[in-house]
Write a protein that binds this ligand. Structure first.
Ligand code: AMP
Ligand code: GLY
Length: 421
C-alpha cells in the first residue's frame, strides 16, 4: 500500500514510525511532516485542510490509504472529500468530527445516549449564561463551544471568575469558537484517556494513557497541549474500561449511527474517574499528542492493521495483541511555551540516540536548516521509551533527555508521577 499521513507533529512522527514497521506499507508520504519524519519518509508540502488539494495529491501519487492526524482537516471535511473520490481514509467525516468540534453537540449526543457526563447548560447569550452560573454556584466549568486549540476551557473557582470567563468568550476572546458557550458542573476525580478505534459499527480498544497538561513540575503553571504521557493508565482498570465501553462509548457510537453520521476513526475519550465510575469529560476525534507516541510505541506495526481494518469496515475481525509493557514520553519544549517562545535553536546529540522498538525521539516542532535539526515549535521533541515497568520506561526516557543538547529547552521532571508513586 502507498500511504499518506496528514500532519506535522510528534503524533504524526509516531504514526509514521509504526506504519513503516508494517510490511503492508510499500511507500509512505507525510504532509507536511517535520525534520524527524523527513528522516524516515517522504514529506510533501500540502495544505492539509484543503480537501481538493489532498485529493489531487492522492491521485497523482497513487496513494491507497490516507491517515488523518489532526482535528482541523477532519472538521474541515477532508475525509469526506477523499471518500467522495473513492479513497480509503482513516478518520471521521465532518459531521462525526463534531464530537470534538462542538461541545454542545457532544452533550446532546450524551443526553440521547444516556452516557454519564457533567450536567450542563448551553448558551448563546451572556445574560442567560451568567444567570445559570449564579444559580449553580462555583466551582463550575465554562467552555467555548468550538475548537479553541485546548484553550477554551476555564475551571472557575468562584462565580466572579466564571462571569468574567463568560464575558470574555462572548466578547470574542476565542473568536467564533466562543459564540456559543457550554457551562458544566465541575467533576472531581482522576482523569485518564481511553483510546478506541471505530469503524462506524464496531469498537476496538487500543489502550489507555494519562497526560500532563500543566507546564510545570507538580502540575503547576498554565495548561499546555501536553508535557508528557504514559500508557497504560493504572487508574483506568479493565473493569472501568468495560464500564466506559458499555455506558459511554458504545451508546455514543450507536447514537451516531442512528443519526446517519457513523463514526469511523480513532475516538479519544477523556474520562473522569471517581469511586470506580467513569464519566465523559470530552471526546477528541484524533489521537492525543503526546498520547499517540506512547500508544504507537506499544502497538508497533499492529497500528496500521487496525486503522486499515477500521477504514474498510471490518474491525469485528481485527484484534490487538498486548505485551505486558509500559511506555512513557517526555516532551522537550522551548523556553516560554505555552506562551511566546524562541525558534531556531540547533539541537545536538540526536545522532547518538537509539532508534529501536524500546526508545525513540519523536520530533514535534523541528525543521531541518542547513542540515541541522532546529527547534521550530513550542513542543519540540517527544522522548519516548518502553519498558517492562513504568519505572524502567521512565529511566530510559530521562536518560535520553539528559543526553540531548537543546539550548533554551525545558521539560518536566515528573512525568508518570501518579503511577510511579
Ligand atoms: P476539555 O478541553 O473539555 O478537555 O477540557 C480541558 C480540561 O479541563 C480537561 O482535560 C479537564 O482537566 C478539565 N475539565 C473539563 N471539563 C471539566 C469538568 N466538567 N469538570 C472538571 N474538569 C473539567
Ligand atoms: N494531549 C492532549 C491532546 O492531544 O488533546
Amino acid at each position: 500500500m502507498n500511504i499518506l499521513i496528514l500532519g506535522s507533529g510528534g503524533r504524526e512522527h509516531a504514526l509514521a514510525w509504526a506504519v513503516l514497521q508494517n510490511p503492508k506499507c510499500d511507500r509512505l508520504v507525510v504532509a507536511p511532516g517535520n525534520a524527524g519524519i523527513h528522516a524516515i519518509a517522504d514529506c510533501a508540502d500540502l495544505d492539509i485542510n484543503d480537501g481538493g488539494a489532498v485529493a489531487g495529491f492522492v491521485e497523482e501519487e497513487a496513494i491507497d490509504f490516507v491517515i488523518v492526524g489532526p482535528e482541523a482537516p477532519l472538521a474541515a471535511g477532508v475525509a469526506d472529500r477523499l471518500r467522495d473520490a473513492g479513497v480509503l481514509v482513516f478518520g471521521p467525516s465532518r459531521a462525526a468530527a463534531q464530537l470534538e468540534a462542538s461541545k454542545a453537540f457532544t452533550k446532546q449526543i450524551c443526553d440521547a445516549a444516556g452516557a454519564p457526563t457533567a450536567a450542563y447548560g448551553h448558551f448563546t447569550d451572556a445574560a442567560a449564561a451568567r444567570a445559570y452560573v449564579s444559580e449553580h454556584g462555583a466551582p463550575i466549568v465554562v467552555k467555548a463551544d468550538g475548537l479553541a486549540a485546548g484553550k477554551g476551557v476555564i475551571i472557575a473557582g468562584t462565580v466572579a471568575e466564571a462571569h468574567a470567563a463568560i464575558d470574555d468568550m462572548f466578547g470574542g476572546a476565542f473568536g467564533g469558537a466562543g459564540a456559543e458557550v457550554v457551562i458544566e458542573e465541575f467533576m472531581a476525580g482522576e482523569e485518564a484517556s481511553f483510546f478506541v478505534i471505530c469503524d462506524g459499527e464496531h469498537v476496538l480498544p487500543i489502550g489507555t494513557a494519562q497526560d500532563h497538561k500543566r507546564v510545570g513540575d507538580g502540575d503547576t503553571g498554565p495548561n499546555t497541549g501536553g508535557m508528557g504521557a504514559y500508557s497504560p493508565a493504572p487508574v483506568l482498570t479493565d473493569a472501568i474500561a468495560e464500564r466506559a465501553l458499555a455506558e459511554i462509548i458504545r451508546p455514543t457510537m450507536a447514537e451516531m449511527a442512528k443519526r446517519s453520521m457513523p463514526y469511523q476513526g480513532v475516538l479519544y475519550a477523556g474520562l473522569m474517574i471517581e469511586d470506580g465510575a467513569p464519566r465523559l469529560v470530552e471526546y477528541n476525534v484524533r489521537f492525543g499528542d503526546p498520547e499517540c507516541q506512547v500508544l504507537m510505541m506499544r502497538l508497533g506495526a499492529q497500528a496500521l492493521d487496525v486503522m486499515h481494518a477500521a477504514a474498510e469496515g471490518r474491525l469485528d475481525t481485527a484484534q490487538v495483541n498486548w505485551a505486558d509493557d509500559h511506555a512513557l514520553c517526555v516532551v522537550m519544549a522551548a523556553d516560554g511555551y505555552p506562551g511566546t517562545y524562541d525558534k531556531g535553536a540547533v539541537i545536538g546529540g540526536l545522532e547518538r540516540m537509539p532508534e529501536t522498538s524500546q526508545a525513540m525521539v519523536f520530533h514535534a516542532g523541528t525543521t531541518l536548516k542547513d542540515g541541522a535539526v532546529t527547534a521550530s515549535g513550542g513542543r519540540v521533541l517527544n522522548v519516548t521509551a518502553r519498558g517492562e515497568t513504568l519505572a524502567q520506561a521512565a529511566e530510559r526516557a530521562y536518560a535520553m533527555v539528559d543526553a540531548i543538547d537543546f539550548p533554551g529547552g525545558f521539560y518536566r521532571h515528573d512525568i508518570g508521577w501518579r503511577a510511579l508513586t
